[in-house]
Design a protein around this ligand. Sequence first.
Ligand SMILES: [Mn+2]
Length: 424
Amino acid sequence: MINRDIIEADNAARQTDLAADYDALGARLSRRGVDIETLTARAMGFGVAIPSWGTGTGGTRFARFPGAGEPRGIMDKMDDCGVIHQLTAATPKVSLHIPWDRTDPALLLEKAEATGLGFDAMNSNTFQDQPDQAHSYKFGSLSHTDAATRAQAVEHNLDCIEIGRAIGSKALTVWIGDGSNFPGQTSLSRQFDRYLEAMGQVYAGLPEDWRLFSEHKIYEPAFYSTVVQDWGTSLMIAQELGPKAQCLVDLGHHAPNVNIEMIVSRLIRAGKLGGFHFNDSKYGDDDLDAGTIEPFRLFLVFNELVELEDTPGIDLSHMIDQSHNVTDPMESLMISACEIQRAYVQASLVDRTVLEGYRSDNDALMAAATLRAAFRTDVEPILQMARQRQGAAIDPIAAFRASGWRAQVAAVRPASAGGGGGIV
Ligand SMILES: [Mn+2]
């Protein structure tokens, strides 16, 4: 972890400005009937999980250009996640990926204790072959035509649940690359039947207090058809499997211009929204940093979440899923967590009573203006204050750079080679 003195010294230099900015924003919000302290408390209560795989430099299918001091394994990844949470106070959990993070659960618990972290959903991997496995996933996993290959994929998912149980996780996210590259290559209907049957076996192995998240993605690695390609299919899966099955929305897994906030609303209505993989995209599953391309879309997603937050039974896993190819992954993850938190706070200051009035009166112009007023409000002082009050950094990137963390770990972590996974 980073020495507390470094964080405090960096905060000290920013404290006076923050106090002035916070008071000024508080006065402005007060004129709109909004209590800044309520928003700060909400910011402090917000958390988004870091994907363990996001701490290493990602890549594309063309190449990966490693960075300095990349984590050597899950213990280093947990150290990095601990620092991200220390500086942002917004990332209390880590989402593990098996087999990339496979290790003794006792060591994971020990590291979680040392870094002040917990564990969010487990992620299985049947989109790659591992050196020791009997059957290849080249032509699919849970939906493969061969029963033994499907059984192997089911067994792997059950194994992920076992590891998760040992470390206090409460959910399993299943994303598969299964599909086809050619029309006629596979039966679209029977392939889905096979998937459902295999997932039924995974579902049967879920502990009582666990949830199973089905993550859809429109295409890639399969380029003609994908078994779990959209939210409709994901909803069918969740409804067929049972009450512990829900849908996970990865923001980058849709066709361009799809109205994701409406998908969010529909899934909540069905009682089937389980969680998110936050990221941003310009063209496809780009896995860019949250809020960098379409911050208004991120805001609109949170607008639905805040509007429906009192829906009975709603319990969402907020997770990041990004690939950091040209930035320091820890810096990208810190900024992303803060941007996701920003969208949440901005959505929290929408005047819902006023908005409902405009909706009732069919005043489209003022309804849209009400949302824009919230989106345009600079809530940075609220985020900064939330961090400062929790002992984190007012400016996480500045404190991180001042700490010299990257250079320190680069001295003990050997340079890594290219390759490895990044885009899920
Ligand atoms: Mn994802």
